[in-house]
Write a protein that binds this ligand. Sequence first.
Ligand SMILES: CC(C)(COP(=O)(O)OP(=O)(O)OC[C@H]1O[C@@H](n2cnc3c(N)ncnc32)[C@H](O)[C@@H]1OP(=O)(O)O)[C@@H](O)C(=O)NCCC(=O)NCCS
Length: 389
Amino acid sequence: MFMRKVAIVGVGMSKFGEDWKRGFRDLILEAGRRAIEDAKLSGAEIDGMYCGTMAPGRLIGQEHAGALLADWMGLNPMPSTRVEAACASGGVALRSGFLAVASGHHDCVVVGGVEKMTDVPGADVVSALGGAGDQEWELFPGATFPGIYALMARRHMLEYGTTEEQLAAVAVKNHENGSHNKYAQFQSPITIDTVMKSKVVASPLKVFDCSPVTDGAAALVLMPLDKAKQHSDKPIEIVASAQASDTLALHDRKSLTSVWATEVAAKKAYEMAKVKPKDISVAEVHDCFTIAEILAIEDLGFFKKGEGGKATAEGRTALNADISINTSGGLKACGHPVGATGVKQAVEVTWQLRGEANGRQVKEAEVGLTHNVGGSGATAVVHIMKRAY
Ligand SMILES: CC(C)(COP(=O)(O)OP(=O)(O)OC[C@H]1O[C@@H](n2cnc3c(N)ncnc32)[C@H](O)[C@@H]1OP(=O)(O)O)[C@@H](O)C(=O)NCCC(=O)NCCS
């Protein structure tokens, strides 16, 4: 198989949050323009685009997002493809762009991710997001995502003694990181008390255990590594890309306390990159709920199964601790515009590996990882990146 090395040469994102002034197309245009300028491109060099977006049909009444985005970015007749994998849409778009460049089929690809979530009532957002699970067996009987992750949290608490305060420590750490990120939805630090006293959404998960509903977009420019130096002084090589699938419905899984798709994708990614979990200094993981970050740091091999909550409460995942997890603020504080999240994770890791994460820089960051999940674990995508300068 012919595989070229692939590098990220440009990154950009919009400010995440509740945006009343700009629409879906404005957000992706802003992120895309920033990434293209960052890569010192005119635009004419781009020969392909992949864009992750989960539910624009439900959230803004717009389908055919691939063509819309090429049109709005002035890139016609370039091929432009919408990628959908629920909350992992951005991560799978990145993988699609990676494979397109690695295979030699494309030489310069823009990978985008976007979601405009706040233009419809909350109940409609919940229903659209619920489509990421099993519609017949979960959403129809009433199990929305906070409820599904609450079941996983309860089981983790039962099997490993994880506590609500340990869950809350994830949110406190991510809000602290988000307070140093000008693109984050929430930029105020919080305390354990803030989380514990917030309203219960689905016990044991409270409002501050949940990622918010967010508008936002992120974009990357990918090129073959041998051409990357012409466009960036600090190219970042994607040294692994791996994806795995599992059952949509939680009740069909072999475990409620591990996300098997994450374990499988992570194993493949570590093999492809020839690195071990201990080599990763910075990771953006999928913390759609606080329990999801605990499952992620265990399933990715950073901590033993059952020890993620304790490790977080001890500060071992804070900035510049044993491993820096979710320096952007994660989905919890940076926000979770679902289709954009997987791309934003790669934007953050690129800034970290370039030494450009102002105010939240991980010291001597050499190898970074992104982990993006669709639904409650039916899709997992893992990428590993390294400095190539
Ligand atoms: C947690 C949740 C239910 C709260 O929704 P809500 O009660 O309708 O909240 P509102 O939008 O009315 O906001 C009320 C206030 O809470 C804040 N808020 C909302 N969600 C928040 C969150 N997750 N964390 C912290 N604060 C939050 C808002 O900023 C607002 O603050 P303000 O009054 O100072 O402006 C909602 O954010 C949610 O459904 N999150 C999960 C999203 C999800 O499932 N994503 C996919 C994962 S797989």
